[in-house]
Ligand binder design. Structure first.
Ligand SMILES: Nc1ncnc2c1ncn2[C@@H]1O[C@H](COP(=O)(O)OP(=O)(O)OP(=O)(O)O)[C@@H](O)[C@H]1O
Length: 648
């Protein structure tokens, strides 16, 4: 491993909520431009929206602000037609290309795309594909177009990493081009991306800054494999002023963070303000009545709900939730959950089907309000989704044709009986969506369930998300409000949040994120080690497979018990289940004690609780459901009081 600490050119600025990280990056970029006008500056943001926000008043040619995809797309372009890189491409993708040519599963969509290729080039075999690809490109889509050298979102990153690993000289070109590199939201950045930059700049004079807050980690992009490198970063630059909240809330946040180097003081302006009441815990036996009462006393209260199955059910979008919730690609452990993809704006939506559908919902809105210019702009901005021949207007008749198509789409959305499948048929008939994109959406078997969902459910979710008075766990970041009401809730499936178990643990333990995270990563390493040994997921164990692997499983359980013997997190969350297994070993008990989600659920509750509280500028209320409280409430009550809440 390359050690950077002797060079002191890698900085990790982990700073709590409201400490002005985004503001600081902007200020540093501007300072760099002024002080080092000849230097090049690279600033990687997590979303396109964040990039737009950051670029708003930075206007200099030597600054690149964008997502990792837009950066790699621009940086790798010149290498993508190089012979050696093309050879690496064929090496990496040969099997996939050949499998697609063979189409042994007789997939209709693949057959159609193979025929299309043959129509164009008269034959289709691996050598022909090789002969015809002149360069590789990023196709800005979730799907690879491997016959044409097109890399999808995921493969742009994995293939670029492959290139950097094979050709360190190309990796070094990042550090010879950029003198300052900033990465925002490092906690949600893939380890591969962190490694690309770290490996490039270590040993150089380039200054690499990672900004973010581990406590606000939302996605499962980061897999814990950059921990050793983090140790080499200079962490002395701190942002310890909170510009968002009044003193009571900041003191509370410090207590939740429970890590003295990250203790914040609030700004002089915020010190002058005071809340209408001390942060409070309200315990109720009727959540919805209490929400109504609180909103009546302060109608501007922002209500933070856990977006879970019940919430989708309440807003009339249960079918949509269920269709996505059963998809393997959004199951527990994957980067995104069903809730992520259903609550993310189309700009940054990682799911191809939802990105397309939410784009259409917006177009339909614009159609209704006759903002046709905005519709054309959306078509233009998403060239990988929409087929230019379908929407391009040259003549009056093109205009009329497009208008008719929009009307047809609008009518589908107006009809409560129509399904997503019927909407897709309209799109296909009118060739408005790019054929590769449509093929990707249609041929993904996991989407089948979603095709039967009524389109009206999409509108209900979008409308709900637009309400400025409610927010979800994923919409929470970046927002703030004078009065916040955090509704404490559990969710045992997608998203996994064990809030009341977290409260119970908190009553008994002094929790710190660093130690809790470390335990989580160490623990899941053990679980994945076991899964690798038995060659299957623990959750898929059945009676016979358990018997087959019983010896290995029992050994692992004993070694985990030994390894985490004195770990307070393990003791609280897992130990009882392990004990039960030892009393009477069996498949159910084994699955029960080796469940990653029991640890993850409490960890995610801790982070969510912090993020929720941090959104309040002045008044903060936590609403707890009496019937969901776990264990003895007395120690929990003491904990809440000790950290700055009053209990009502
Ligand atoms: N130096 C500053 N002076 C005054 N106000 C500031 C300063 N820095 C940030 N702020 C304000 O404080 C608020 C929080 O800032 P910002 O969003 O940059 O923080 P953040 O650390 O990125 O937040 P979070 O991590 O909670 O999303 C914003 O309203 C911002 O305008």
């Amino acid at each position: 491993m390359i050690v950077a600490d002797s060079l002191k050119n890698c900085f990790l600025v982990n700073a709590p909520a409201g400490s002005g990280k985004t503001t600081q990056i902007k200020a540093m970029v501007k300072k760099c431009i002024l002080e080092n006008p000849r230097d090049n500056i690279l600033c990687i943001t997590y979303t396109n929206r964040a990039a737009d926000e950051l670029s708003r008043d930075v206007d200099a040619k030597n600054v690149f602000i964008g997502t990792i995809h837009s950066f790699l797309n621009s940086f790798m372009k010149s290498y993508f037609s190089h012979r050696d890189i093309l050879d690496l491409y064929y090496e990496v993708y040969e099997d996939k290309i050949k499998q697609r040519i063979d189409n042994s599963g007789q997939d209709d969509h693949i057959m159609a795309s193979n025929n299309k290729y043959k129509d164009k080039y008269s034959e289709l075999d691996f050598e022909t594909v090789k002969k015809n690809i002149e360069k590789i490109s990023y196709n800005k889509s979730p799907f690879n177009t491997l016959y044409y050298g097109g890399l999808s979102h995921d493969d742009l990153i994995s293939f670029s990493k492959n290139i950097f690993d094979h050709y360190p000289i190309i990796s070094k070109r990042i550090s010879s081009k950029y003198q300052f590199i900033f990465i925002d939201e490092y906690q949600d950045t893939m380890s591969d991306v962190l490694k690309i930059f770290y490996n490039s700049v270590a040993g150089s004079n380039v200054q690499l800054y990672l900004f973010g807050d581990r406590m606000q980690q939302i996605y499962k992009n980061y897999d814990g494999s950059f921990e050793e490198q983090f140790e080499c970063f200079d962490t002395t630059q701190a942002l310890l002023t909170n510009y968002r909240s009044v003193t009571d809330v900041v003191l509370l946040l410090n207590n939740i963070y429970n890590d003295s180097p990250f203790n914040q003081d609030n700004s002089p302006e915020m010190k002058l303000l005071s809340a209408d009441f001390q942060p409070r815990i309200v315990i109720t036996d009727n959540i919805s009545t209490s929400i109504d009462d609180i909103k009546k006393s302060d109608s501007n209260t922002l209500v933070l709900y856990l977006f879970n199955k019940e919430r989708f059910s309440d807003i009339g979008a249960l079918n949509l939730y269920q269709a996505f919730d059963c998809m393997e690609k959004y199951s527990f452990g994957k980067t995104y959950s069903a809730v992520n993809v259903l609550t993310t704006h189309y700009d940054d939506n990682p799911d191809p089907l939802m990105k397309l559908l939410y784009c259409l919902v917006e177009m339909v809105d614009n159609y209704q309000t006759q903002k046709y210019g905005l519709i054309v702009q959306t078509f233009k901005s998403y060239k990988s989704i929409f087929c230019e021949d379908g929407w391009y207007i040259k003549t009056h008749s093109d205009k009329q044709r497009l208008f008719n198509i929009l009307k047809e789409i609008f009518d589908v959305f107006q009809d409560e009986s129509k399904t997503i499948s019927e909407l897709l048929t309209v799109l296909e008939r009118n060739s408005i969506v790019d054929s590769v994109y449509m093929e990707g959406v249609q041929s993904d078997d996991e989407n089948k369930e979603a095709f039967n969902v009524p389109v009206i459910e999409l509108i209900r979710v979008v409308k709900y998300l637009r309400n400025p008075k409610v927010s979800t766990q994923h919409g929470v970041k970046g927002e703030s409000h004078d009065s916040v009401l955090f509704v404490a809730d559990d969710s045992y499936k997608n998203p996994i949040v064990h809030m009341y178990r977290f409260f119970e643990m908190w009553g008994q333990l002094s929790i710190s994120l660093k130690e809790f995270h470390q335990f989580y990563y160490d623990y899941i390493n053990e679980l994945s080690d076991l899964q690798n040994t038995i060659g299957m997921k623990i959750s898929e164990l059945k009676k016979d497979s358990f018997v087959k692997h019983e010896k290995v499983i029992c050994e692992k359980i004993s070694s985990i018990l030994d390894q985490f013997r004195c770990n307070p997190y393990f003791e609280f969350i897992c130990k009882e289940r392990y004990r039960q297994f030892l009393v009477k070993p069996g498949v159910t008990k084994a699955k029960d004690c080796l469940k990653e989600s029991s640890v993850f659920g409490v960890l995610s509750a801790y982070k969510l609780f912090y993020v929720g509280c941090s959104r309040a500028r002045k008044n903060l209320t936590i609403l707890m459901d009496q019937s969901k409280i776990k264990g003895d409430f007395e120690p929990q009550k003491n904990k809440f009081t000790e950290i700055g809440f009053k209990i009502e």
